[in-house]
Write a protein that binds this ligand. Sequence first.
Ligand SMILES: Nc1ncnc2c1ncn2[C@@H]1O[C@H](COP(=O)(O)OP(=O)(O)O)[C@@H](O)[C@H]1O
Length: 195
Amino acid sequence: MLSRRLKPNLLITGTPGCGKSTSCELLQRRLSDYKYYNISDFAKEHDCYEGYDEDRKSHIVDEDKLLDELEPLLREGGSIVDWHVNDVFPERLIDLVVVLRCDNSILYDRLHARKYHDSKIQENLDAEIMGVVLQDAQESYAEEIVVELQSDTTEQMEANVDRIVDWVELWLKQHKKGVTNELEEGVSSDDNESD
Ligand SMILES: Nc1ncnc2c1ncn2[C@@H]1O[C@H](COP(=O)(O)OP(=O)(O)O)[C@@H](O)[C@H]1O
C-alpha cells in the first residue's frame, strides 16, 4: 500500500560540514512549498535535550522526545529534514535519503573555518573517511531510497539539487499513478465482492 502523503519527505544527511544546510537552502528555493527542519535548531527550539556532553561540548538530543514532536509534522509530507544523524527517523516517514559526501581536505578547511576544536575536526574527518553516516543510512533504509552525492564544489551542489528536484517530480508522478491504480483496484475488488 502506498504512503498517503501527497508530497515526499526528504532526509539530507552527512558528516557536519559536508554541506547539508547550504544544499537545503538551495533546495528549498526550488521546493518553496516544502518545510525545512534543521534538526539541531528544532531540538533546541522544542527543548529535546536529555543532557550535555562535556567532551563534545554539545547537547545530547532526547530522540524519543524529538520524534514525538516531529512525527506529526512529517506525516503531512513535503518536508526537508537536515541532520547528521539519520538512523532515528522511522523508515515509514522518509521517502529519500541523500547522503552528502566531501573530500577530506575540503572538509578540514570548512570545519577549521567554523573554528571547531582540533579533536572535533578529527572526529568528523574520521567519520567521513569511514563513511559512518552512509553506513548508518544503508543499515536504516531500503537500498533504493539511499543516494550518495559528492558535494565538494558549488557546481556539484547545484547538480545535486537538480537531481533531488528531478527525483521529487518522479515521486509525485509515480505516486499519483499508484494512488489512481490503487483506487481502481479498490473499485474493481469491491465489484468482485459484490458478484
Ligand atoms: N558543495 C559545496 N561547495 C562549496 N562550498 C560548500 C559546499 N557545501 C558547503 N559548502 C560550504 O561549507 C560550509 C559548511 O556547509 P554547511 O552547509 O553548513 O554544512 P553542514 O550543514 O553539513 O554542517 C559552508 O561555509 C558552506 O558554504
